[in-house]
Write a protein that binds this ligand. Structure first.
Ligand SMILES: Cc1cc2nc3c(=O)[nH]c(=O)nc-3n(C[C@H](O)[C@H](O)[C@H](O)COP(=O)(O)OP(=O)(O)OC[C@H]3O[C@@H](n4cnc5c(N)ncnc54)[C@H](O)[C@@H]3O)c2cc1C
Length: 751
């Protein structure tokens, strides 16, 4: 046996997605990081040991423009390329590689931390070290650093350090939360084991073990959905332990879950109700996925009301968009729905003050243990959101280590620095623009070979009977002032009513206020373009939610050629999921107006007015994702502008060492790491594939600095061998991964 001491700038305990993103974020900022994980595999509940699929703000395609960027975004996009089938082991590999490629990061797998050295008064504790036992290696390792992150999910490190925390549900009156119980209690969400099945291609028998539960004696067959052929997270509802202590009763909970899994399989194989003769078990989980335990107290506690109000915190550093998703205490034995859901009208914000301890001065946390009420935790707990929280906390930890200050001081004095650092790393802080004084691009003059100024989608690829209200989201930049023609068939002479709605907030894509309404006469006839005059000139450019009211005599057309910045919606389509499993309030705007069946489709239309939404100036407008408009440059289609370019030009010569490019990876596309659904392409079509960066020689000739082929990423950083003097830089797009035009979100230039 060995005793060792590891000294780092930052120690991150827990290698779930929160811990991984925290550690990677800090390491990328040059800090020496130890990442300590008590199991042999990274990824926490998303790992192949547990196999929960990674959800985030997109909420399975309910929420618009909601996919995460930053480290989580990179892993989503890379997984989509390498692992379109959703193989859990390939996902493990993506996560592991993300960690292993960071030279400043040391990974300690199989190392269970269960000792914490901390001192100080109750209100001002400080962690000195944490100690873990590396299983199988007989190494007792003590980790020392000025800053610690508890990303263990259960919150053991903070607990041992004396950090204040809550467990269970707050009473309604404490934070005025409508979804909280009248009286506080110890109830949490329960834990789950999952299993995978496969078709063996020949008959396979199943003899249940004596400990299998007879599920016909429970409400499960009646109240939950059991289908032969389902695997993994389709069985998220095999949940139990919410009325127990999910940590101290973990073994008992696992045994119960295991008995139910074999009982369900016995029911599928032997009840005669399923076509399952050839089906067999491929994998059965043995580590319960835990949903909830301690939630630390930070300087701020995030609540249900903050989520629903989408509170725009001054110190917002991350965002979420999943519904508040709470489950009945009895879990799988409950007769009520397995989950009830409450959606905000769009993405919501997460403040930095919820990510560090109120009383342990050098402790940050990320993941399911942040400072949130039980109800707010119901949405922040999904893993891509935990990951963005992790990136924010890890970035904060790196700045604390660099500046030699505690998280609370960072919060009070340097929140703008924290947010600007996150943006430079390509994390998303919604509504916060680039103000990086070091970014030379911000003082450049911008020009481009062309830009798209026409809003139109003309190719009729699919007929769409107008049996329900539908809508099209359009950038109103500077406004909508003119005529939009709609391509349609009319079975008889009739009328068409079109309304323009504003969306309420830049981060929302739902109808909030009626701005104008027009009704026009339509004469009987097929495939006609019907003009509708729309006038809406808001003071600031923003999105318009254009509703076409239902008319069973009319058939619209859908184009299958997507155009960035446009989204199509239909009203009141069925959720597609049994209410026994998911109870959503169908009148909530993001549910009521669904885009799920219309992703990458657009109702055929053409506008006779020009838009500024795609002008090259948007490359320097500071925003890296849609926010009240698309915020990017779109060239004319490359059929007309074969090698579109955008140029940054300075009045005086600049010394340049690094050029950062952000391409469009369509954050509306709902990517998922495992097999919930398939996105049809491995590389996001809007991404620029081949490009070159050029500068001018003293004679004014363009010379190539960098040529890149086969790009499949959103963020590219080109660091030149030596800094060079330039007066202009040009990005020339040679080919995209499918988009008809060049699409560029941001260019940054550094010395
Ligand atoms: C069955 C189930 C279904 C769910 N459904 C979804 C879903 O569909 N999509 C979704 O995104 N989220 C879902 N969730 C929620 C989500 O999985 C969790 O909220 C999320 O995993 C929390 O992330 P985390 O990084 O905080 O914690 P975890 O994923 O729990 O990771 C914590 C890590 O820390 C390690 N650790 C713990 N203690 C120590 C220690 N003392 N020393 C060292 N390492 C330690 C653990 O081994 C673990 O790997 C579900 C959860 C469950 C259980």
């Amino acid at each position: 046996m060995r005793n060792e001491t590891i000294r780092s700038d930052i120690t991150v305990v827990g290698g779930g997605l929160a811990g991984v993103c925290a550690a990677v974020a800090a390491a990328r900022l040059g800090r020496k990081v130890a990442l300590v994980q008590n199991r042999p595999v990274l990824g926490g509940n998303s790992s192949s040991e547990v196999r929960v699929w990674v959800c985030g703000a997109t909420a399975h395609g309910t929420n618009r423009y909601a996919r995460e960027t930053g480290i989580m975004g990179e892993m989503f996009v890379e997984n989509q390329y390498r692992n379109p089938d959703g193989n859990p082991y390939l996902w493990d590999m993506v996560v592991l590689e993300t960690v292993l490629t960071e030279p400043n990061l040391s990974l300690y797998l199989n190392t269970d931390v269960h000792e914490v050295e901390a001192d100080g008064e109750e209100e001002a504790r400080q962690i000195r070290s944490v100690t873990g036992w590396m299983m199988g290696s007989e190494r007792r390792i003590r980790f020392e650093s000025p800053i610690f992150l508890d990303c263990t999910g259960d919150g053991l490190v903070g607990f041992l350090a004396g950090a204040k925390y809550r467990l269970g549900r707050e009473a309604r009156h404490e934070f005025g939360e409508a979804w909280a119980p009248e009286v506080a209690d110890d109830i949490t969400l329960g834990s789950t084991l999952l299993f995978y099945t496969k078709d063996a291609g020949h008959p396979v028998k199943f003899v249940p073990p004596s400990f299998a539960k007879d599920i016909t004696q429970t409400p499960i067959p009646l109240k939950r959905v059991i289908r032969s052929g389902d695997s993994g997270c389709h069985y998220w509802w095999i949940e139990w332990g919410g009325e127990l202590d999910t940590v101290h009763d973990n073994e008992r909970i696992r045994d119960e879950l295991s008995a139910v899994i074999y009982g369900i399989w016995d029911y599928i194989k032997n009840s005669g109700q399923f076509d399952a003769d050839h089906m067999t078990l491929e994998w059965v989980g043995s580590i319960p996925g835990k949903r909830e335990y301690r939630r630390f107290l930070g300087d701020y506690t995030l609540t249900q009301n903050d989520i629903l109000a989408q509170e725009p915190f001054e110190d917002r550093v991350a965002f979420g968009g999943w519904s508040i998703d709470l489950h009945p205490p009895q879990g799988m034995y409950a007769t009520e729905s397995g989950s009830k859901h409450l959606h905000a009208d769009g993405n919501y914000h997460i403040p930095f003050r919820s990510l560090y301890s109120a009383n342990v001065s050098n402790l940050l946390f990320a993941g399911r243990n942040i400072s949130a009420t039980h109800v707010a935790f119901g949405t922040t707990r999904v893993m891509a959101t935990c990951a963005t929280i992790g990136e924010a906390a890890g970035t904060a930890a790196a700045l604390c280590a660099e500046l030699g200050i505690a998280p609370r001081e960072l919060s009070r004095l340097h929140t703008p620095l924290l947010r600007q650092t996150l943006l430079r790393q390509d994390a998303s802080v919604l509504g916060v623009a680039n103000e990086d004084a070091a970014d030379l691009a911000r003082s450049a003059k911008l020009s481009a070979s062309s830009f798209l100024s026409r809003l139109a989608a003309e190719s009729a690829d699919e007929a769409y009977p107008l049996e329900r209200d539908v809508a099209l989201l359009l950038p109103a930049d500077p406004g909508l002032a003119g005529t939009i023609e709609w391509r349609l068939d009319a079975a008889q002479d009739t009328e068409l009513t079109v309304e323009v709605w504003s969306t309420g907030r830049p981060e929302n894509y739902v109808p909030a206020a009626l701005e104008s309404q027009t009704t026009v006469a339509v004469t009987k006839g097929d495939d006609q373009w019907v003009p509708v005059r729309l006038v809406w000139t808001p003071e600031e450019a923003q999105n318009a939610f254009v509703i076409i009211r239902s008319n069973p005599l009319v058939q619209l057309y859908l184009s299958h050629t997507p155009l960035t910045g446009l989204l199509a919606f239909e009203r009141g389509t069925a959720a597609g999921v049994s209410k026994d499993l998911e109870d959503h309030d169908d009148s909530q705007p993001v549910v009521e107006w669904s885009m799920k069946r219309l992703v990458r489709k657009t109702f055929c239309f053409r506008a006779d007015f020009a838009t500024d939404a795609y002008r090259p100036e948007h490359i320097l407008d500071g925003y890296k994702r849609p926010y009240g408009g698309p915020h990017l440059w779109l060239s004319e289609p490359m059929a007309r502008d074969a090698q579109p370019w955008v140029e940054l030009e300075w009045e005086n010569e600049q010394v340049v060492r690094e050029i950062q490019l952000i391409f469009n990876d369509d954050v509306n596309e709902d990517l998922i790491n495992l097999h919930h659904h398939r996105t049809p392409f491995e590389i996001i079509p809007e991404l620029v594939k081949n490009y070159r960066l050029e500068t001018q020689d003293p004679a004014g000739n363009w010379i190539t600095l960098i040529t890149e082929t086969g790009n499949r990423w959103r963020k590219r950083v080109h660091r030149l061998e030596t800094a060079i003097p330039v007066k202009a830089i040009r990005l020339v797009v040679e080919e995209t991964s499918g988009s008809r035009q060049a699409e560029v979100i941001e260019i940054r230039v550094y010395e």
